[in-house]
Design a protein around this ligand. Structure first.
Ligand code: SF4
Length: 702
């Protein structure tokens, strides 16, 4: 597979889900790959954040893996590709023989492309297991569950362009686009605010989003600084306020009665759930003045078009599905769905986390979110693939990790770093140690790859082509320059080789990326109308069912994609986090990401520009807590939970509420995920990263 041009090529930023277009250009020295702006890129029109601008810095980093490695007697040695493939194939065959196909687990990667994740999940299913998952499990599995169940599709209902043009109110809950989706924040949200829109931000932490809307007319920006894990009480106050006001003023437009009657079901259930609801008690639970929540409710309900943006502050809870369901309830009763400038819109974290799920790298769905236990859907995919797919959902990635050394004995990890990304990281390491065999394909020796038996050197995002799907369902093409290191291979080439050696050329050998996309669109109804060439430079928003479909800027204009076409309202009640403060651990620990770093930091920590901004982890502590614990700004402190401890620098700030401490997962030496709780939402199996009990003590005074 060759790259597509030897001059500057148009591609997509490898970091967040906004999907900004950039150009890259290779110099005379192959490793010299430079960033160039793409002035009329469809999503960002040439604008770029600090991460996007620094993205090419790690392509020729000295830490790149350049040869296959095999572990012998506890140490890695360089190996040939032939040796590495032989070892992988013989171990995978041995594990299937000894433990059955569910003895293996497969991790896809949202940092790789649709075609690569498509082939990985096909490999897992051909092996005979649905134990395949991706990092959407860690970020928006609960959002996808709620959206799919209650509206029809596990994705943004609207697109950024129509939102900027049409929304009067942006309700941003548990998301921090100023930090996580900087171009969406500056180009779409901030622009809309400058033109008169209102932003209501619901977040326990004051952050870059809060500051980016610090406008003169402060009534057009509200920050409801709630306690971590109190999203349901807060939204129930909003819903109850709307129900009460509607009863008092039925013609004032608090509730869209026609929409509720014709397009939804379950409104009575919501009313019953909130019948005896005590707003004052719930506002106290949320830690936000009741009158502020009531004012926010009024702004949302009275808007012509109001759009909800939802992030991991909502999804990463044991009640994540219910959190998002309550946002859906709010949108449905006010008729804020099925038209421009409205909807419930998850802001996806990685540049291809939407696509990785779209193409079926999940244990319960095949490409296009077709359920594995839906006989008709499964058989239609089997017909194209030519083999049978197991009809029971497999294990999620955290469940695979929990089962390591028990029912799972082998792991295939493509571009993921569960030692740092999964909660309770110390135990994740012990579990990986207990595996009989593990293969990791990556660009660097990650904290996870250290536990592998075979490590395969992959090419970076800049060295290959393929498609990725951004946060608003836009499928876009990435294009690559020449390989920087001769003996590295594209993820797709590796998967084709492993698949062909295990199951034959016919099922796993493809001429090029486009040929894989062709098979993908054949089995994936929402991509079916696309062609690789037809994606051009603009891309296409799914769903695209037939050739010629132009894709939808917003979903559900006439009906929802549920069985009866109705949007599902369902009242939900407060469920506190699984772990709440007590005498031993009196603080609430919550976590989030920084603009300058990216998830487990594998790439961003190696970028000089990004690393200079934030070279190490820190914890935000409220001044009153700092007084109580004798902490000065800049002190080194030990942050502890029931699962471990990390040493970090204290930052004393009123950005965080009293009783809450806030830190990040990006830094290997002191990752928040050494402390987080691996308890899961029952349905979506997402861990509760956003709330755990913690304690803090000064280690070294500044
Ligand atoms: Fe890349 Fe996201 Fe920044 Fe755009 S906003 S440049 S996609 S990190």
């Amino acid at each position: 597979m060759s790259s597509e041009s030897d001059d500057a090529v148009k591609t997509i930023c490898p970091y967040c889900g906004v999907g900004c277009g950039i150009q890259i250009q290779q110099g005379a020295d192959r490793g010299d790959v430079n960033f160039r702006p793409w002035g009329d890129a469809p999503v960002n029109e040439g604008r770029i954040c600090i991460k996007g601008g620094a993205a090419t810095q790690v392509i020729d980093h000295e830490d790149r893996l350049t040869e296959p490695l095999i572990k012998e007697d506890g140490a890695f040695r360089e190996a040939t590709w032939e040796e590495a493939y032989d070892r992988i194939v013989s171990e995978m065959e041995r594990i299937r023989e000894a433990h059955g196909p569910d003895g293996m687990g497969f991790y896809g990667s949202s940092k790789t492309m649709n075609e690569e994740n498509y082939l990985l999940q096909k490999l897992a299913r051909r092996y005979g297991t649905n134990n395949v998952d991706n990092c959407t499990r860690m970020c928006h599995a609960s959002t996808v569950w709620a959206l799919r169940t209650s509206l029809g599709a596990g994705a943004m209902t609207n697109s950024m362009e129509d939102l900027e043009a049409a929304a009067d109110v942006f309700w941003i809950q548990g998301a921090n686009p100023g930090e996580q989706h900087p171009i969406a924040n500056s180009q779409y949200f901030r622009q809309a605010v400058l033109e008169g829109a209102t932003v209501i931000q619901v977040d326990p932490h004051a952050n870059k989003t809060t500051r980016s809307f610090d406008i003169e007319e402060t009534d057009r920006h509200m920050h409801l600084q709630l306690n971590p894990g109190a999203d349901i009480p807060l939204l129930n106050v909003v819903l109850k306020t709307i129900l009460e006001r509607h009863e008092a003023e039925p013609d004032a437009g608090w509730i869209d009665e026609e929409f509720v009657a014709e397009r939804t079901e379950g409104f009575e259930h919501l009313k019953e759930t909130l019948a005896d609801f005590d707003k004052e008690e719930a506002a106290a639970e949320a830690g936000v003045p009741l009158e502020d929540i009531e004012l926010a409710a009024e702004k949302y309900a009275m808007a012509n078009n109001a759009a909800i943006f939802t992030g991991m502050g909502m999804s990463q809870h044991t009640c994540g599905v219910d959190n998002v369901q309550n946002e859906i309830n709010l949108a449905l009763i006010t008729g804020n769905l099925g038209k421009p400038g409205t909807g419930v819109n998850p802001l996806r974290g990685q540049n291809n986390v939407q696509g990785t799920s779209d193409v079926g790298a999940m244990p319960n769905v095949l490409p296009g979110y077709q359920l594995v236990d839906d006989d008709e859907a499964r058989e239609s995919v089997e017909e194209v693939w030519g083999f049978e797919v197991p009809d029971e959902p497999g294990l999620t990635n955290v469940e695979i990790s929990h089962e390591a050394g028990k029912s799972v004995h082998g792991l295939y990890v493509m571009g993921e770093n569960p030692v740092m990304s999964e909660p309770d990281g110390n135990v994740v390491e012990e579990r990986l140690e207990s595996l009989e065999f593990m293969v990791a394909q990556d660009i660097f020796m990650t904290e996870t790859a250290e536990f592998a038996d075979v490590v395969l050197p992959a090419t970076t995002w800049a060295e290959r082509g393929g498609t990725v799907t951004n946060t608003d369902r836009r499928v876009q093409r990435m294009r690559g320059v020449e390989k920087v290191h001769e003996n590295t291979k594209h993820d797709l080439e590796i998967l084709m080789e492993v698949g062909s050696r295990l199951f034959g050329e016919e099922e796993f050998r493809f001429d090029d990326v486009e040929a894989v996309f062709e098979e993908l669109r054949e089995v994936c109804p929402i991509y079916h109308g696309m062609t690789y060439d037809g994606l051009g430079e603009e891309g296409l928003h799914w769903p695209c069912y037939e050739k010629g479909d132009e894709g939808d800027q917003f979903l559900y204009e006439d009906s929802f994609d549920t069985e009866n076409g109705l949007g599902r309202i369902e009242g939900v009640r407060h469920q506190p986090p699984a772990e709440v403060p007590d005498e031993e651990y009196p603080l609430i620990l919550t976590t989030a990401r920084l603009e300058e770093h990216y998830n487990t930091g594998t790439m961003s920590r190696r970028s000089p520009t990004l690393s200079r901004q934030h070279p190490e982890n820190f914890v935000d502590v409220h001044p009153n807590d700092a007084d109580r614990y004798g902490i000065e700004d800049g002190d080194t402190v030990t942050l502890r939970s029931r699962r471990g401890e990390i040493e970090v620098r204290a930052q004393v700030t009123e950005d965080i509420k009293e009783g809450v401490v806030w830190t990040t997962p990006h830094f290997a030496a002191a990752s928040a995920n050494r402390l987080t709780n691996d308890v899961l939402d029952d349905r979506a199996k997402i861990p509760e990263y956003k709330a755990a009990a913690a304690d803090i003590a000064v280690t070294v005074s500044d």
